[in-house]
Design a protein around this ligand. Structure first.
Ligand code: CO
Ligand code: CO
Ligand code: CO
Length: 328
């Protein structure tokens, strides 16, 4: 399905009304949040997809890191996870599935969560992911709707994993790019989220299938604000610019661009390849934080000190008309 397809369908489904539903479908946020008690809210999310790398164990790690990320993007702590498995058991050895699930289980353990079950179905193409449940204090939920004029935006991982995965599938990625892309995609957003926990975070989301500009637009729309990105400040995986210049761009990047065309404007010199990277669908991408500008420098320092070396201030929030501008 293209970007927004499910959102379009859900428009016709009556919105759930419940005083304990703190985050529902309306703002296209990372997860649902439901208050259980005045001190505890439940966070629920799920995500699964087809392999993005050849190694089944690494694919399992990446798919799990990606699914767990939505809990971190809400400011929460993952507690339990369930496997979602589609697998062609008649044509592929079960040893492959075992490796996928072992990779996922290792990431779940690294997140401090517990694997409690799952479900598998026979399918022509393997797919794997998790349904994850977490908790957060109802007053400390990070939503995508709190960005305010005067905020600065921090991104914690470099872009380009969709282009990298496309190159890997085509056998066109250098070993350096494979290694770096795998490292980026399999890294939990736990460290970034915990480092930011003590800072004043006005809004947060993670960058996944709609790309940087798609998820930033969700933040802009939810908060009725304008976001201005500085193209040169946005971290990009080394080697991805060259692949984009050679036309190695996933179809999802074009779908994202078409879907967002009326809400994203480019000013100054931002070449077509760089634009494609900003629309590139990410797998297990970084967190995008909107923080009061005065706090951005100190938070960035702490992220770097915590080992999140690619974190960068990439733009700002203004009061203009809802949308995104990317300046060259
Ligand atoms: Co998300
Ligand atoms: Co998600
Ligand atoms: Co959030």
């Amino acid at each position: 399905m293209g970007p927004g397809t499910l959102a379009e369908i859900l428009k016709d489904i009556p919105a759930a009304k419940n005083e304990n539903l703190l985050v529902g479908l309306e703002t296209s946020d990372d997860a649902g949040v439901y208050r259980l008690t005045p001190e505890t809210a439940l966070i629920q999310t799920m995500d699964f997809f087809t392999p993005v790398v050849d190694d089944p164990y690494v694919f399992g790690q990446i798919a799990a890191a990606n699914a767990l990320s939505d809990i971190y993007a809400m400011g929460g702590q993952p507690l339990t996870a369930m496997n979602i498995v589609c697998f062609p058991a008649r044509t592929l050895p079960l040893a492959i599935l075992k490796e996928i699930i072992r990779g996922g289980a290792d990431k779940i353990a690294e997140a401090g969560a517990v694997l409690v079950g799952g479900h598998s179905v026979e399918d022509r193409e393997p797919k794997y992911g998790l349904s994850v449940t977490g908790i957060v204090h109802p007053q400390n939920v990070w939503t995508n709707r709190g960005a305010r004029p005067g905020d600065a935006l921090i991104l914690t991982k470099p872009l380009g994993t969709g282009i990298a995965a496309t190159a890997i599938k085509a056998g066109l990625a250098s070993q350096d790019l494979v290694d770096k892309a795998v490292e980026v995609m399999s890294t939990l957003n736990r460290n970034a989220a915990e480092t930011a926990r003590t800072a004043e975070i006005n809004a947060c989301t993670d960058i996944t299938g709609f790309g940087l500009l798609g998820h930033a637009y969700e933040m802009a729309a939810a908060g009725s604000i304008k976001i201005i990105f500085s193209a040169g400040a946005i971290p990009i995986l080394a080697g991805v610019q060259e692949l984009a210049a050679n036309g190695i761009i996933p179809g999802g990047a074009y779908a994202n661009r078409d879907y967002l065309s009326s809400n994203v404007a480019f000013a100054g010199d931002v070449d077509e390849n760089t634009r494609a990277i900003f629309f590139d669908p990410q797998t297990s991408g970084g967190l995008l934080f909107s923080v009061p500008a005065a706090n951005a420098g100190p938070l960035l320092e702490r992220l770097h000190a915590a080992g999140i070396k690619d974190a960068a201030v990439i733009g700002k929030v203004t009061a203009g008309q809802t949308g995104i501008e990317v300046t060259g």
